[in-house]
Design a protein around this ligand. Structure first.
Ligand code: HEM
Length: 448
């Protein structure tokens, strides 16, 4: 059973306890599933809870590259967050990569239209969404595409895909030795992770070195970071640069891809919602041009679909773990230094005292703008997700484009299975299959 469901059952068995503790090996784990306690954690204990616990994968893969998530009890992450906020995720810089996002979405639409120009065709959505999001990140960061059409036979792209695959599956795997240290001596996991970390480091260094050797200054993030390095070499070291690239790739690809998959699954299971979204887009955009990023602000229903997806299917259902850097009090309990805090936002997003008909997919609920504040899919406080702006842009434009350009149906009469895979990042238990048929706009505008 996925962890967030286990935690909910546990809390229910304790009479709907809003907070409880578990001792796992050498670690105290505190699980919170109430808005008021979560707010207390991230306001009153903002500083104490800003760190992340040390896991084996984090220690070797992320620490080596000194990422934002590193440095327990230290504050290196503050500098890296500052760099990210000012230099990576500012509106100005995100706008500069608009053409990349549009081009990758165009690739997605063309792939979808390949067999569907003359009738419904079956498509597997997960891999398409992943290619869209990881290509988008790699192009922003390094100006390269390693996935999808045109890269299949490329040897370097194949190696990169293999490496990314291995890292993502190792990072997502639960590792018992993180809780019971003695197990480190009897499993090979740590050795395997160290080898992966060294391959990863070589790859990231090659991306930086290639840009450094280039004669002309490009527009990628690495180019920009290298220009900052030229003026402040002690601050923007290669290790810092690699840390930023790494965190962009791993925090910014699967999260958006799985959110898109959940959104599409819900449109297939709720044709009345799909119809409303289509009507909104057809009425406001028409049939003579493709939807653009600047249009999405005038498409409230589309935005509500995205918010409702993030409510019912937050891809990080217990946020990223936080760690107490000092002894502290949480909801009147003494919590020692070094404890791990998980916030079960998946359960909070289904709290009937906040959300009417909490289990139902009802985008209209977000007409009440106050509910936005209760959406914690990107976390809260100083370690909240810095990629929220990019995520909203990609999800809204990709979803709006798919609704505008295609008719969608389930592959059979029965509803699409909406169970989750028991992984730390929440995605559907099986890759999403759908039937799609190109609408006239695909022939008139996209293909021509
Ligand atoms: C739908 C998409 C996304 C969701 C739902 C999401 C969610 C989250 C959550 C829940 C956290 C942990 C917050 C906490 O512990 O309090 C997080 C952290 C983070 N996210 Fe996202 N994220 C998404 C997309 C992105 C994107 C596109 C990027 C960048 C390209 C990104 C970069 C990061 C980084 C760097 C962190 C770590 C921040 C830190 O440790 O200080 N995320 N995200």
């Amino acid at each position: 059973m996925p962890l967030h469901r286990t935690f909910l059952s546990f809390s229910q068995s304790l009479g709907d306890a809003p907070i409880f503790c578990l001792r796992l090996g050498n670690r105290l784990m505190v699980v919170v599933s109430s808005y008021s306690i979560a707010e207390e954690c991230f306001t009153k204990n903002d500083i104490v809870l800003a760190n992340r616990p040390e896991f084996i994968v984090r220690k070797h893969i992320e620490y080596n590259s000194t990422t934002m998530t590193s440095a327990p009890y230290g504050d290196h992450w503050r500098n890296l967050r500052r760099i990210c906020t000012l230099e990576i995720f500012s509106s100005h810089r995100l706008n500069g990569f608009l053409s990349v996002r549009k081009d990758e979405i165009r690739h997605l639409l063309l792939r979808l239209s390949k067999n569907s120009r003359h009738g419904f065709a079956k498509v597997e959505m997960r891999s398409l969404f992943f290619e869209l999001t990881i290509n988008n990140i790699f192009r922003m960061v390094a100006g390269k595409r390693f996935y999808g059409e045109g890269t299949e036979q490329d040897e370097v792209a194949q190696q990169v895909r293999q490496l990314i695959d291995e890292i993502m599956s190792s990072a997502g795997a639960g590792n018992a030795a993180d809780y019971i240290p003695i197990l480190r001596w009897i499993t090979n996991f740590e050795k395997h992770i160290k080898k992966l970390a060294s391959r990863l480091d070589k790859f990231l260094q090659s991306l930086v070195d290639e840009k450094r050797a280039g004669k002309e200054k490009g527009t990628t993030m690495i180019d920009h970071l290298l220009s900052l390095q030229a003026t402040q070499p002690d601050y923007y070291t290669d290790v810092t640069l690699k840390g930023i690239i790494l965190v962009m790739i791993f925090a910014g690809s699967e999260t958006i891809a799985w959110t898109l998959e959940w959104a599409m699954l819900n449109l297939l299971n709720h044709p009345e919602v799909l119809k409303k979204a289509k009507t909104e887009i057809d009425t406001k955009i028409g049939f003579d041009r493709l939807i653009d990023e600047s249009d999405t602000i005038n498409l409230p229903y589309l935005q509500w679909i995205v918010l409702e997806t993030l409510r019912l299917y937050p891809v990080a259902p217990t946020l990223d773990p936080h760690m107490t850097s000092e002894d502290c009090m949480l909801a009147g309990y003494d919590v020692p230094r070094g404890s791990m805090l998980l916030v079960n936002i998946w359960a909070m997003h289904r709290d009937p005292s906040i959300w009417e008909d909490p289990e139902m997919f009802k985008p209209e609920r977000f007409e009440n703008e106050k509910l936005n504040q209760k959406l914690l899919a990107f976390g809260i406080g100083r370690r909240a997700c810095p990629g929220v702006g990019l995520a909203h842009r990609v999800v809204s434009l990709a979803l709006g484009s798919m609704v505008q350009c295609f008719e969608w149906q389930r592959i059979g009469e029965e509803y699409v299975d909406s169970r989750e895979e028991p992984m730390s990042l929440m995605r559907t238990a099986t890759p999403l299959l759908a039937m799609c048929k190109a609408r006239p706009i695909v022939h008139n505008i996209l293909v021509d």
